[in-house]
Design a protein. Structure first.
Length: 343
């Protein structure tokens, strides 16, 4: 599924999250990505095209599509696209990352020389950490924690060095990763998050507020720093300034973010969305879920065709076809949850 909708200028003016993002730039970039992704997908599903190209060309095409997918998520978040729409697209983006991993390994096995055999799909010590960080944090915050083992398989490939922040996020998700290192491969700003994990729960909110206050200055060696200045001259693609890791840590450690919810660079609505998604199966005041009751959240593909009813007051009924995205009706408690009624 592709996010092919582009917000109108009036919609953008009201909904945009990244205040430095220009409408024309956003619209041009998203239109370009929505052209490039299907074009690459067509090539990668064309047996004739695949048979004519060597593994390096195929690998580069798959790599480009993986990059396009995380950028499309990022631009649409900055512009103010509904989080349920981002949630629906995330599994597709993950498939693109897995496709790149497959073709990158094929290239390793067939064409790479001995010095290139250990190149990771996404090298954590390099600027690609930003891509991995965005992909991991979006997965966590959009309610796709169950898909993270697939992402980890992609990222772990030949990444011999371990990153302190990345490992701690995975441990919070329940991964058995052993003792995490006390260093971050990119160092700043990420190294400053480690003391948040180590601190007593009552100290974490103040430490996170400090982290966010210093985040942009500490990020001065990261690829996104000062990107908006280059974007004005048609240089680099400005993808917004967001501390994705601050949101993921806040959610995973269940930190009360009331003291820094309005902090610059903090994507507060993603944390609220993640928390709503976490509790959505049993909203406050509702009956427990029966063992045989089928439920699905907004944005998920419908698991069974038929009539569904919202777990909300008052309940609403709709008919969905199998595979159709479950609708979000802006339920009072957060993300809409549907229960199956009948075929």
């Amino acid at each position: 599924m592709i996010m092919d909708k582009i917000l109108t200028q009036p919609e953008f003016a009201v909904r945009k999250r990244e205040l430095l993002l220009d409408y024309d730039f956003y619209a041009d970039e998203v239109a370009d990505l929505n052209m490039r992704i299907p074009r690459v997908t067509k090539k990668l599903t064309d047996p004739e095209w695949l048979s004519e190209k060597d593994s390096a060309v195929i690998m580069r095409a798959a790599n480009a599509r993986a990059d396009y997918s995380i950028d499309l998520l990022t631009y649409n978040y900055c512009a103010g696209v509904e989080l349920t729409e981002l949630r629906v697209f995330y599994p597709t983006a993950l498939e693109y990352w897995e496709s790149y991993a497959h073709y990158h390994k094929v290239w390793h096995d067939t064409e790479a020389d001995a010095r290139q055999k250990r190149i990771p799909h996404f090298a954590l010590p390099s600027s690609e950490f930003w891509d991995v960080n965005r992909m991991l944090c979006f997965g966590i915050l959009l309610g796709w924690s169950q898909l993270m083992p697939r992402l980890v398989t992609v990222v772990d490939y030949n990444n011999i060095q371990k990153d302190g922040l990345y490992e701690r996020l995975l441990i919070c998700l329940g991964f058995d990763r052993g003792t995490p290192p006390d260093e971050c491969l990119r160092h700043l700003p990420y190294f400053k998050t480690l003391k948040i994990f180590a601190a007593p729960p009552e100290q974490r909110a103040s430490l996170m507020a400090e982290y966010l206050a210093d985040w942009y200055h500490a990020s001065r060696r990261e690829p996104y720093h000062d990107q908006h200045k280059h974007g004005e001259n048609g240089g680099y693609n400005f993808r917004g300034y967001w501390s994705w890791e601050a949101a993921a840590i806040t959610y995973l450690l269940d930190i009360d973010d009331s003291s820094y919810r309005d902090a610059q660079f903090y994507p507060a609505d993603l944390v609220a969305f993640a928390r709503a998604a976490q509790t959505a199966y049993v909203p406050a005041g509702t009956a427990p879920i029966a063992d045989n009751e089928l439920r699905a959240r907004a944005g998920e593909p419908c698991p069974k065709a038929g009539q569904w009813q919202t777990v909300d007051t008052p309940p609403q009924n709709r008919v969905f076809q199998q595979g159709e995205a479950m609708a979000n009706l802006n339920s009072a408690y957060g993300l809409t949850v549907w229960r199956f009624v009948e075929s």
